[in-house]
Design a binder for this molecule. Structure first.
Ligand code: ADP
Length: 729
């Protein structure tokens, strides 16, 4: 049961002892007012006007002052308390009795019983009511004590919560919660925090009314109470703001209907007053010291919260910046395109410090050339080329340091033309930082702000870190551009070479074929009989011509493979389809050299899918090398199934072998081992490079093992089924 219910219940009980037409329990309000707290009434009208009533001239006032009861037998004959009697007359009350409610002479309120009939209350009633008033007083006192202890508890809880919430960095939410709690605990109507910045009030955490309705139209810091709190740095308590002010010129708060006010200062860490924590009531209200103390404590917490949130904002700003740095880093790969990168960097730099414009200049010879720009077009009017040392950005490069100008108009470092342009475009402050690549300054990042501002050391530090990253990005993009140019050049060169070789080969092949054909006709005697010497000479011509033709054909093959102009003709085939032919052609060659030729095909080899013609070419090359580079012993071909559904084709010989150091190079075009006697082992150095490319084309692998002087083993691993049939055109 709350106090009001207790009061009302007691009033009803009293009615059983002392019948009445109206009973009220009034509480003092301020020094000279009271309020009807609880009322039981059978009257049609209101005995006391709603709200507050003055003490002066009323019976209640007298009781409150003297802490003595008053009994009035008939208001018509009693000439005391004119104000009370005047009111009672209008509602018909004729007699009344008022008892003070006190505990140890502390006034808590009054009990007031009224009757429509005269002579209703006398000594007898007073005797009955006195102990009742005592009980009522105790009840009120207890209830107040309880309320107080509860409030204190609430306050403690609130303080604890606040101290926990202080780490919560959303200061607006925190203050909202705080003012809400304050309203709840102190039973006030409105609470807010007013911050003073640049001569203006800003209300935050407004609780109890629409924030807008609290803010007077003009939120300039005037001469109000909060202003006084700020100036004095001490709490100010007013139980009624209208008291003492003329009704024609009440304070802004009173115009908004407020009466009670407490404002406590909010101190920043360095002791400055930054704002006021306020509570407002619509009714007159006395605030206890305890309440003011609580508010002061809460204000302390709120100030810490502010500070934290400011720090947090700074930190997040910094980490945002870091993020931007990381982004620049990450963007490097995708931003190698200079046309995109340079304006992007300028824009990042602009956003970084929240300025209006940014440009970006790069050193080019003894000039500083604009390479990127973000912000107003007007900035483009600034000279696109500056000499090193010229104007402020030229100085930044020359002196390799950040230079700021708070006001560009009167900065002698800036050339007059630039000052004019900046002035016309409304720019005021400038910051230039060097773009450094190690020791070298490769340009500047220039920031332009329309608002006059100082660039703080930490801001300069940040933008410098950004510039370092940007410099790397710029350099990367330059290198990339160079690389791209080079590779384009290389591609052109390669194409030129291929075209040249192709044409050459074709141009050479046709007459060479004529030479070989004619040589044969000559040798056969189609143009008349030749002597032995002539035949020998012609044979040499034929021999070298064929070598030359082979070489040309190999070059053509390689060119085609490199240019990927090779068509695969895939079909199903068996191992035998390949090996039978090869065995036939190499048998003779091997026998001529006294070598053993052995083809060893594993049992049960399945059919294969691929290009048998190209595979034959591969094996032909390997077997030809094996026979060529072997003087004694044997040449073997093993075919077997490998793991993973691959087929291994291994050509091994017992020939001269390959030096360990040469092994990595044998698949390179034109590579020929140096220690090999080329009169004995002629070649072009193209065979294995063609093999390698063909194997790639057939989706396979080639590996080689060799021991110098003992033999070599080449293993080609191919899939049983080629996955895709690619047509190279
Ligand atoms: P070439 O026309 O010179 O044989 P290749 O590209 O076929 O060109 O081979 C490159 C070089 O690798 C050869 O010049 C040779 O020195 C070495 N080589 C290739 N196959 C063998 C082998 N079976 N035994 C020893 N050396 C070999």
């Amino acid at each position: 049961m709350n106090l009001k219910e207790i009061c009302l219940t007691l009033c009803r009980e009293i009615h059983k002892l002392v019948p009445y037409d109206r009973a009220s329990i009034n509480f003092p309000q301020g020094k000279d007012r009271f309020v009807v707290y609880a009322e039981e009434s059978r009257l049609s009208g209101q005995a006391v006007p709603e709200g507050f009533s003055v003490v002066e001239g009323t019976a209640t006032g007298w009781v409150m002052h003297h802490l003595e009861p008053v009994t009035c037998r008939d208001i018509l004959t009693d000439d005391r308390f004119a104000l009370t009697h005047q009111r009672y007359r209008t509602v018909g009350i004729r007699s009344y009795i008022i008892l003070p409610l006190t505990v140890e002479r502390e006034l808590l309120g009054v009990l007031n019983l009224g009757s429509l009939s005269p002579d209703r209350f006398g000594q007898k009633e007073l005797d009955i009511l006195s102990p009742v008033a005592e009980i009522l007083s105790l009840a009120i006192k207890n209830s107040r004590l309880y309320e107080e202890s509860r409030a204190r508890e609430e306050m403690q809880k609130l303080l604890k919560e606040l101290s926990q919430d202080i780490v919560v960095l959303d200061v607006d939410a925190l203050l909202q919660k705080l003012t809400l709690k304050i309203r709840e605990v102190l039973k006030v109507d409105v609470s807010d925090v007013r911050l003073m910045a640049d001569g203006e009030w800003r209300s935050i955490g407004v609780s109890g009314v629409e924030p807008g309705s609290l803010q007077p139209a003009s939120s300039r810091v005037g001469h109000g109470l909060s202003r006084a709190v700020i100036q004095s740095g001490r709490p100010i308590t007013v139980s009624d703001v209208t008291a003492g002010s003329s009704p024609s010129d009440p304070p802004v708060m009173a115009r908004n209907g407020f009466r009670g006010y407490v404002g406590v200062p909010l101190f920043s860490r360095n002791g400055e007053v930054i704002g006021v924590l306020r509570v407002l009531t619509y009714r007159e209200r006395n605030f206890t010291q305890e309440e003011v103390d609580l508010l002061q404590q809460l204000a302390g917490g709120a100030a810490i919260a502010f500070e934290n949130s400011r720090l947090f904002k700074e930190v997040t700003q910094k980490s945002l910046h870091l993020e931007a740095l990381i982004n620049v880093n990450r963007d490097i790969a995708s931003l190698l395109n200079r046309a995109f990168l340079l304006p992007h960097i300028a824009d990042c730099a602009r956003q970084f410090l929240g300025v209006d414009g940014a440009s970006f200049r790069l050193v080019d010879g003894d000039c500083l050339v604009r390479a990127g720009h973000a912000g107003d077009e007007e900035l483009l009017a600034l000279s696109p080329r500056l000499r090193l040392g010229e104007s402020i950005s030229g100085k930044v490069v020359e002196e390799n340091r950040a230079i700021a100008a708070r006001n560009v108009f009167d900065d002698p470092l800036i050339i007059a033309e630039h000052r004019r342009i900046l002035n016309d475009a409304g720019y005021c402050s400038f910051l230039g930082v060097p773009l450094r690549l190690g020791e070298r300054v490769i340009g500047t990042i220039n920031l332009y702000s329309k608002r006059e501002r100082e660039f703080r050391p930490d801001e300069i530090q940040l933008i410098t870190a950004f510039a370092d990253q940007a410099a790397i990005a710029v350099e990367n993009s330059r290198l990339f551009e160079e690389l791209r140019k080079k590779s384009a050049e290389l591609e052109d060169a390669f194409k030129l070479k291929t075209d040249f070789l192709n044409t050459m080969a074709h141009e050479l092949r046709t007459p060479l074929n004529v030479v070989i054909g004619t040589q044969q006709l000559l040798v056969e005697g189609s143009y008349g009989q030749l002597d032995n010497q002539q035949v020998k000479a012609l044979s040499r011509i034929g021999h070298y011509s064929k070598d030359l033709l082979d070489l040309i054909n190999e070059i053509l093959d390689l060119m085609r493979l490199e240019a990927k102009k090779v068509t695969l003709h895939c079909e199903e085939f068996s191992v035998r389809d390949i090996t039978d032919d090869l065995e036939l052609s190499f048998d003779l060659l091997a026998r001529e050299k006294g070598l053993k030729l052995k083809f060893d095909i594993a049992d049960g080899m399945p059919h294969l899918w691929g290009d048998p013609g190209r595979l034959r070419e591969v094996l032909q090359n390997l077997l030809a090398n094996a026979v060529k580079y072997t003087e004694r012993g044997k040449v073997e071909l093993h075919v077997s199934m490998e793991k993973m559904g691959n087929v291994a084709w291994t050509v091994s010989d017992t020939g001269i072998g390959i030096r360990h150091t040469d092994l990595p190079h044998i698949f390179e075009p034109f590579f020929m081992a140096e220690d090999v006697d080329r009169r004995k082992y002629p070649g072009s150095g193209l065979g294995l490079s063609i093999v390698k490319r063909l194997v790639d084309l057939l989706e396979g692998d080639i590996a080689v093992e060799s021991e110098h002087g003992r033999g070599s083993r080449f293993t080609v691993t191919l899939p049983l089924h080629m996955k895709e049939q690619r047509d190279y055109m």
